[in-house]
Design a protein around this ligand. Sequence first.
Ligand SMILES: Cc1ncc(COP(=O)(O)O)c(C=O)c1O
Length: 411
Amino acid sequence: MSALDVATIKRDFPIFGREVNGKRLVYLDSAASAQKPVQVLDAMDDAYRNHYANIHRGVYTIAEEATAAFEDARRKVARFVNAPAAHEIVFTRNATESINLVAYSWARANLKPGDAVVLSHMEHHANVVPWHILAAERGIELRWIPMTPDFRLDLSDLGSLLDGARLLAISAMSNVLGTINDIRPLADAAHAHGALILVDACQFVPHVATDVQHWDADFVAFSSHKILGPTGIGVLWSRTEILEAMPPFLGGGEMIRDVRLDGFTTNDLPWKFEAGTPAIVEAVGFGAAIDYITAIGMDAVRAHERLVTRYALESLRDRFDDSLTIYGPTDVDVRGGAVSFLFDGIHAHDISQVLDEDAVCVRAGHHCAKPLMRQLGVPATTRASFYVYNDEADVDALIEALEKAQKFFAV
Ligand SMILES: Cc1ncc(COP(=O)(O)O)c(C=O)c1O
């Protein structure tokens, strides 16, 4: 039934060899962070054991090997999202830092009081708070694209929202609702109004083949750790001419060409935005993660996600009917695998605690999307999310554990 051989994939992930509370581990929290295959762990281990030195500065063999491995990872990331050039891939700490980089560098250089930034109601805090900070500091106006009752963007007023806007900053896939937003028409609309578009692709890139050129995006942000790679490294992609015109973000080593008593000049792209010693070994692990997911094939990854998500949506509905509310589109063509729900009368945190007794890991809370929670009128939801190592048996385990929780709380 599945597009993937999940049993074989699962064997690549050491963590699935352990038990939790005496039970098989059922990990349904990949939207928060994905587990790591042995290929990533081995690549990082090898980098530390055999090729470790600081990069770019050394002229000795192992420093050159470390530099080559780091820059090789950058080329892999560029190919993975079809970036025209590897120097357009800026390594950051995570997607949050990537968005902040745009807010601190591009936006502070280009926006003036009264300019508008357009966001949506379904944004993660990483794509809300940097703009609130900027609004407070610079008198920028924030405008919000609302949602339809079926959890899609309500674009009926997009023209007036974009009128006078300088930036549309929008998620490609909601981490709460799973909603996939069609970026190309949004990019076209932003450009038609003279605005740039920043895409928060943190949830999208791990699950759907990504082509930044097809999107015609201006900035794209994502993190390694949600794509089976290590924490501590993320990406900001932008076009060469935009990055070249932007002032530097953090100052220090690596981002300079020259420093004098009376000033400094900046390095070439992408190092202009990579101050200090970067996440060298994490980049190697990130490259290995991209190799791993590319070998599976992004079309198969997406096809598998649709199957598992459809099975989860149908199973939850069939089993719990009206006692459970799902927040997100029901059509798997327009959604990813983050499934948020609310049980009548049981708090999300209580559910996740009971599920943990059966080693079923789900997330409970506001999912760093409090404006969205307010729109939904709920303080928190329970969220199950799927990746390449999940299958229908994991969904069944979720349903069984939820049945237990329902009995426990006697709803
Ligand atoms: C949609 C979205 N944007 C941004 C982020 C922030 O990612 P990170 O914590 O890796 O910076 C997340 C993380 O959950 C996310 O889901």
